[in-house]
Design a protein around this ligand. Structure first.
Ligand code: SF4
Length: 228
């Protein structure tokens, strides 16, 4: 059953949690999370969707079972590595569940002097918009799950086709205003057909290409070793 428009139970749970309270993983160096850049990756636990093909469902749905990483330890490590890095990727779960994410990103931006890429499912365009307004992100990678009619199926009935269309159209408007700061991508999950991919490409704002990536089942890749 889909939730009423605008309702997100996980968001209610997370609203008073800062991104630091959701930080569950740190990859000190990645060559594949921001093509062409050597990056560190921060993983924020929690997600408001329940995609049956989620590649990282423990982090997305059960991160409260794991301890968070310490703010001090994380900042120290990133500061030590910063000169070797070309960027910082913030991913999840779904980072934009935190309403104070823009300020958190801005702090990281200033402290580390690194470009920041934000990965998002596109369901919280207000948070993305404020992050852009603060000049806190350099690239926003938006996952398009499927054609609108398949959103309920692809998100565990957490969002209707109508909600997906309305919400992502807000994100598309942001992309039209800052085309160099957005990319759109989709994971080729088994539920998508070649016709779906073609239809999704037509949904994007003019000038954007839909990037596809292979489907990877959960690998447990986020690092829990540095928990506080
Ligand atoms: S939006 Fe991403 S993190 Fe959230 S459930 Fe779907 S695949 Fe998992």
């Amino acid at each position: 059953m889909a939730f009423p428009e605008g309702f997100s139970p996980y968001r209610v749970m997370c609203n008073d949690l800062s991104p630091w309270s959701r930080l569950r993983g740190l990859e000190p160096m990645s060559l594949c999370d921001w093509p062409g850049r050597v990056c560190a990756v921060l993983f924020l636990g929690g997600c408001d969707l329940r995609c049956p093909t989620c590649h990282n469902f423990h982090l997305a749905w059960h991160s409260q079972d794991d301890p968070c990483l310490s703010r001090t330890g994380t900042l120290d490590m990133l500061a030590r590595k910063a000169s070797w890095l070309d960027g910082l990727v913030v991913t999840g779960g779904e980072a934009t569940l935190s309403e104070d994410l823009p300020e958190w990103l801005a702090e990281l931006h200033v402290r580390l002097s690194l470009p920041i890429k934000l990965d998002t499912n596109g369901m919280h365009p207000d948070v993305v918009e404020r992050s852009l307004a603060l000049q806190a992100v350099d690239l926003v990678a938006v996952d398009i799950k499927g054609p609108w009619r398949k959103y309920p199926l692809l998100t565990g009935n957490r969002i209707s086709a109508h909600q997906a269309k309305a919400t992502l159209r807000q994100t598309f408007k942001l992309a039209e205003l800052s085309p160099d700061r957005f990319l759109f991508r989709t994971t080729l999950v088994p539920l998508l057909t070649p016709e779906d991919i073609q239809a999704m490409s037509m949904l994007l704002p003019s000038g954007f290409t839909l990037h596809t990536q292979p489907f990877r089942p959960f690998q447990g890749r986020y690092n829990k070793e540095n928990a506080c």
